[in-house]
Design a protein. Structure first.
Length: 229
């Protein structure tokens, strides 16, 4: 079980075990039960997990989806990236992680790609169903597709074909951008019929989503272990 820690002026969830580290960037659920379970699972696999809190204590534990969506619409890219880099500093400088990567889901998947393009300390970048459409939201400053070639770490990206937020053509553009890089391997997972956010157990009443996650997660876990060991 992890604990809440103070990192500068932000709080984060920490499940600490050793010198391999991952920064976890949640979906719209914030630091809810689902992301804490993933952090604890990473720790059980020997990877220290530190979770960014996008909504300053608000999560599905205490807020509605609509309330969290309203907070997301106010989220500034530069502010979020600064918070994430501070947490990465904490993983490496304070916790002593010799290698650290980043994994994100949905909105967190988008930020994982953006952070990877800006911070070359990262040992890996993992993006599950990143919310990275080519048609930008009003509050977005940066574009994941155009920024993706700046990532130097190995990348694993997982995409569901029935994603209503990110058209297939945008995922194909992201893949093309990643594969244009002169360094950094690209691993792509593609799941026909699965939906945006298929990782979330709240969506697993749909067996297609559940089956996709059963295939996707062990591969992602092996990728994270291989790149942070």
């Amino acid at each position: 079980m992890g604990v809440t820690v103070q990192v500068g002026d932000q709080e984060a969830y920490l499940a600490r075990v050793g010198r391999a580290g991952m920064l976890l960037l949640p979906m719209i659920t914030g630091i809810g039960e689902q992301i804490r379970e993933w952090a604890d699972e990473l720790a059980a696999a020997g990877i220290t997990a530190l979770v960014w809190d996008p909504f300053k204590g608000k999560s599905t534990d205490n807020s509605t989806h609509d309330e969290l969506a309203a907070l997301l619409r106010q989220k500034d890219d530069d502010e979020a990236l600064a918070e994430q880099r501070a947490l990465l500093d904490y993983l490496t400088d304070d916790l002593g992680c010799t290698k650290a990567g980043v994994i994100g889901w949905c909105l967190g998947g988008r930020f994982a790609l953006l952070l990877g393009a800006r911070d070359h300390r990262l040992a890996n970048v993992v993006a599950f169903h990143p919310t990275s459409p080519s048609e930008h939201h009003e509050q977005h400053t940066y574009d994941t597709i155009s920024d993706a070639p700046g990532i130097v770490a190995p990348v694993l990206v997982s995409y569901p074909s029935a994603d209503v937020l990110v058209p297939n053509a945008d995922f194909e553009a992201l893949q093309t951008a990643l594969q244009s890089r002169p360094v950094g391997a690209t691993f792509s997972q593609y799941f026909p019929g699965a939906e945006h956010g298929f990782s979330d157990k709240a969506r697993h009443a749909n067996e297609t989503n559940a089956a996709a996650f059963r295939l996707a997660w062990p591969q992602a876990l092996a990728f994270m272990k291989a790149t942070t060991s």
